[in-house]
Design a protein. Structure first.
Length: 305
């Protein structure tokens, strides 16, 4: 009986010691968390130049309206723009024009430095957009274009998704008088074939342009443009134009959204509130308890005999 009591006391002491060490190990485990994020959006950016021996004409629109934020702390920034008009002339002749009815941009994030899944997001919308070069040589019209970019998650599982919606989007040219109706829900990075307009190879049109960056573990970033139109024309001699021109260069981005997020594994001792032991630690604790239990049982059996 005495031996049984001694063995039981030793078992309880070992059990208490192992439990204390395990709790210390659990409290020392660093916890992963999202530490930062940012997002931005703008409705329109344009920079187009037409030039020739008699001079040049240009329209330039800085990203507008521009909405952005950086977290932590959480933010929610919303910007609207009035109707916009821009026109370039040469010798009193309109060469390039841009008109927009409504513009909107939004950026938001809930990243506050606490544990758990977080996100950063942005979206942009353009309504009643019309871009024209040389009175119909190239005309892009859009009733409404919108884009969104959202990134979210926690350390080790970061990701994102982007969306683009186009309503009443058409591109045309007087070279053929056959317009191209653009898809309302284009797949990511859709390149539109402009050869039916006689503009293939010199003008590039990409719908739902998406670019990603990051490893998905520590960081992730996503950029979405509803429409990117790139002009690189260096020979207009074969066309009958109102004024002599030889170049049309530039780029227009419609409905731009971008977001990024970053996370890290916290160091030991920086577990934050209510630390919880990792599965590996819990498994080791369980094995230790089992070993001590069977050791105590064996000693008790020997003492009883």
């Amino acid at each position: 009986m005495v031996m049984n009591k001694v063995s039981s006391l030793v078992w309880r002491q070992r059990f208490s010691l192992l439990l204390g060490l395990s709790l210390l190990m659990g409290c020392g485990i660093g916890h992963a968390k999202v530490i930062g994020g940012s997002s931005e959006a703008y409705a329109i950016e344009a920079d187009v130049t037409l030039g020739g021996p008699l001079g040049s004409s240009q329209i330039s629109v800085d990203p507008t309206p521009f909405s952005s934020g950086s977290a932590p702390p959480p933010y929610n920034d919303s910007q609207q723009g009035d109707s916009l008009q821009a026109q370039g002339e040469l010798l009193g002749i309109p060469l390039v024009s841009l008109t927009i009815g409504e513009l909107e941009a939004n950026a938001v994030s809930d990243i506050d430095g606490s544990l758990g899944d977080k996100y950063a997001s942005a979206n942009a919308t353009v309504k009643n957009f019309v871009f024209d070069v040389l009175d119909g040589l190239l005309t892009l019209s859009v009733a409404q274009a919108s884009s969104s970019a959202t990134v979210s998650g926690d350390h080790g599982a970061l990701g994102g998704f982007g969306t683009v919606t186009l309503d009443g989007a058409v591109i045309s040219s007087y070279i053929t008088d056959v317009p191209i109706i653009l898809d309302s829900n284009p797949a990511p990075n859709t390149a539109v074939d402009l050869s039916p307009l006689g503009l293939g190879g010199i003008i590039t049109l990409v719908l739902n342009e998406q670019k990603t960056d990051g490893d998905g573990i520590n960081n992730y970033a996503l950029t979405v443009n509803a429409i990117r139109l790139t002009l690189d024309v260096t020979d207009l001699g074969v066309l009958e134009l109102p004024v002599p021109l030889n170049i049309i260069t530039g780029e227009i981005i419609i409905a731009h959204s971008a977001a990024s997020i970053s996370a890290q594994q916290g160091p030991r001792g920086d577990a934050g509130p209510n630390p919880v032991a990792e599965p590996a630690t819990l498994a080791l604790m369980g094995l230790g308890f089992t070993a001590l239990y069977w050791q105590a049982r064996r000693k008790a059996a020997v003492s009883f005999a």
